[in-house]
Design a protein. Structure first.
Length: 211
């Protein structure tokens, strides 16, 4: 992908990662890593669109986008492309899993076992972040981004519920490689939910109609 007048090409490396502690078929997050790329150098690259990474700016800092509930990664495409053109590798993901008891959809990985009054603060409130970080670490070892990532400069961008779990989960003792956090439409205010009927307290994620 590129636009008229832009000299920076952006391409995507896609992979998938299993999320520990989850069960099939809701155990796999599909991960996309957008990166600054070189213009096609031969017919194979022109035909396939699989462009080599531009190593000029490497090692590249990494930004992981943690989405809102039921917001597909495509919703962050403009952000991802803009950041990649600015010299970053931008990671988005789509994970269909349990949102709340009995409800399934696209999720930032809310860990319902981490938000009760007896467990809050003892572990990350998103089960996805660790798995996605593992996918980034693997991309540093093999594939088109091998050796081009700065794993000591990882930032998180969280939206809505994804912003909430990002704020709650970005502790140095859990994820020391995370150095920056930005959120949009997020808060950490707690609220009683219908789950209180079962003696548990969940967080109020957002008032946004889609997430």
């Amino acid at each position: 992908m590129n636009t008229t007048g832009s000299t920076t090409w952006v391409r995507a490396h896609r992979t998938a990662v299993r999320v520990p502690g989850t069960e099939a078929p809701y155990d796999t997050a599909h991960v996309t890593m957008r990166y600054p790329a070189l213009e096609a150098r031969n017919d194979v690259e022109r035909m396939s669109g699989a462009l080599a990474a531009d190593s000029t700016g490497a090692p590249y800092p990494v930004v992981i986008v943690v989405p809102g509930i039921n917001v597909a990664s495509f919703g962050y495409l403009d952000l991802a492309v803009a950041l990649a053109r600015a010299g970053m590798v931008v990671v988005t993901f789509d994970w269909v899993a349990e949102l709340f008891p009995g409800q399934f959809g696209l999720t930032p990985g809310v860990d319902l076992t981490a938000v009760g009054p007896d467990t809050y603060g003892t572990k990350p409130t998103t089960a996805a972040l660790g798995a996605v970080l593992d996918a980034v670490a693997l991309a540093q070892e093999e594939g088109p981004l091998a050796g081009l990532l700065d794993l000591d400069k990882i930032g998180l961008f969280g939206h809505s519920a994804g912003g909430t779990v990002t704020l709650q989960s970005a502790r140095t003792e859990w994820f020391p490689q995370v150095r920056a956090v930005v959120t949009y439409g997020a808060h950490t205010m707690a609220s009683q939910q219908s789950a209180m009927r079962r003696g548990r307290c969940f967080l109020h994620w957002s008032t946004h109609p889609c997430c």
